[in-house]
Design a protein around this ligand. Structure first.
Ligand SMILES: Cc1cc2nc3c(=O)[nH]c(=O)nc-3n(C[C@H](O)[C@H](O)[C@H](O)COP(=O)(O)OP(=O)(O)OC[C@H]3O[C@@H](n4cnc5c(N)ncnc54)[C@H](O)[C@@H]3O)c2cc1C
Length: 393
């Protein structure tokens, strides 16, 4: 029957394409379907159009999951070096930007073209604009129904991603299929997402919109030191996106606006050694001028440092080295880079990505409860989990 395949993969993103290539290399007949007219859109828009395709420092500690050990097997079976080898085979130029993050020198489309060419070499059949109306299981067969047409396979791989950026095709399809097969889902929430504020903090963010600086953001014992950006809605930039993956409604976060210096000690020292120095000029040595001026203006810190009480100096120290704020919320799935939570890893074998209780049913990529930090880790998870499933379909 022409609609019979060894493997059907739903979702032609990073994980789905990698799984298709690997299944195809093993001689399997593969159908890769996507409801979108343009596949792998997230690869195209990723990394500001240059795709941060992996991170050479990838480690299971860079992933959030209810089971922190779940990612180990897949990351060992397919490493950043393995993906770099593929990139080199296709002569795609790349560079390390910072912190082990590898980006394409040119457009992300080159990665999509590479994956399509690999799919083509192993005869993967790709169908776009393919809406899955229903999935059924009859005996050993998975049946995917589209427009009254039935497609049969022994292996069904769900690679439909998470909920972030619905505008380019994200849906809850994977979670619905998981529910259909009675699989537990770890509550989902937007992650790697800007945080929003109200009242005075929002008005401060508005005034400083566009300004960025290096900051250390912490919540409990988790902290990140990278860039932070003031925006019209609140705070963004890598350090905020990173902490957002750990943040829940009602939590406060601690921001150190000058993480390399202890302002408390410095101000005390200046008061003793340079009492006539103006407080604004002192703060401008450690902070961007606009920020230093706004902090002084809002708190009425002015004049020479000798004129400021110990209480005022402590307040300055607190604002700069330990600014405690409670976000009102996040920008949500509209701008989140990823979805935290997803199909419970207890339901899936970490060695094969196959469901423990449903032979032939696989979940890979972002739909699973494995969420990477910012910096190329999410694609590495997509490549690794896709590769692994491709060995067992
Ligand atoms: C703006 C942005 C920038 C990012 N930059 C980076 C980066 O530089 N580095 C990094 O590591 N990560 C980055 N990420 C995260 C990364 O893109 C994702 O983690 C990764 O794409 C997940 O791969 P996936 O294959 O699981 O899902 P996706 O890539 O989301 O692919 C899922 C596919 O399934 C399809 N689909 C969805 N629902 C259905 C349905 N009902 N029927 C059929 N098909 C369906 C979608 O159309 C899509 O093609 C970024 C994300 C965003 C939003």
């Amino acid at each position: 029957m022409s609609n019979k395949y060894d493997v059907i993969i739903i979702g032609a993103g990073a994980a789905g394409m990698m799984c298709a290539i690997e299944s195809g290399k093993r001689g399997k007949s593969v159908l890769l379907v996507d409801h979108a007219a343009k596949i792998a859109e997230k690869i195209r828009i990723s990394g500001g159009g240059r795709c941060n395709f992996t991170n050479i420092n990838t480690n299971p500690k860079n992933f959030i999951s209810q089971n922190p050990n779940f990612s180990i097997s897949a990351l060992n079976q397919y490493t950043p070096d393995d993906f770099i080898e593929l990139i080199k085979k296709h002569n795609i130029a790349y560079h390390e930007k910072t912190l082990g993050q590898l980006f394409c020198d040119h457009k992300s489309q080159l990665i999509i073209d590479m994956l399509l060419s690999e799919c083509n070499q192993v005869n993967v059949k790709i169908k776009k604009c393919f809406v899955v109306d229903k999935v059924e299981k009859v005996n050993d067969d998975y049946i995917v129904i589209n427009n009254n047409d039935k497609y049969f396979s022994k292996s069904l791989v769900i690679a439909s991603g998470g909920l972030s950026i619905p505008k380019i095709g994200a849906t809850d399809f994977g979670y619905k299929i998981a529910s259909q097969f009675n699989l537990n889902i770890v509550e989902t929430q937007p992650a790697l997402v800007p945080l929003t504020f109200t009242d005075e903090i929002l008005s401060l963010c508005n005034e400083l919109s566009g300004l960025s600086l290096n900051a250390n953001i912490s919540q409990g014992n988790i902290s990140f030191e990278e860039g932070m950006l003031f925006t019209h809605r609140g705070l963004s930039g890598p350090s905020i996106l990173q902490i957002s993956s750990y943040w829940s409604q009602g939590d406060s976060i601690n921001i150190n606006l000058c993480p390399r210096d202890n302002l408390g000690e410095i101000l005390q020292d200046k008061k003793n050694t340079k009492p006539k120095q103006n407080i604004i000029s002192i703060l401008c040595e450690f902070l961007p001028k606009r920020l230093a001026m706004i902090i002084c203006d809002k708190n009425k810190f002015k004049g020479n440092i000798s004129e400021l009480s110990k209480q005022s100096l402590d307040k300055i120290n607190n604002i700069i080295n330990s600014w405690h704020v409670t976000p009102k919320g996040s920008e949500g799935y509209r701008t989140a880079e990823v979805t935290r939570g997803g199909v419970d890893t207890d339901e899936i074998s970490s060695k094969t990505m196959m469901c423990r209780n449903h032979p032939g049913l696989f979940f890979i990529g972002e739909v699973v409860d494995v969420t990477g930090h910012l910096g190329g880790y999410n694609f590495q998870w997509a490549w690794s989990s896709g590769f692994v499933a491709g060995q067992y379909t």
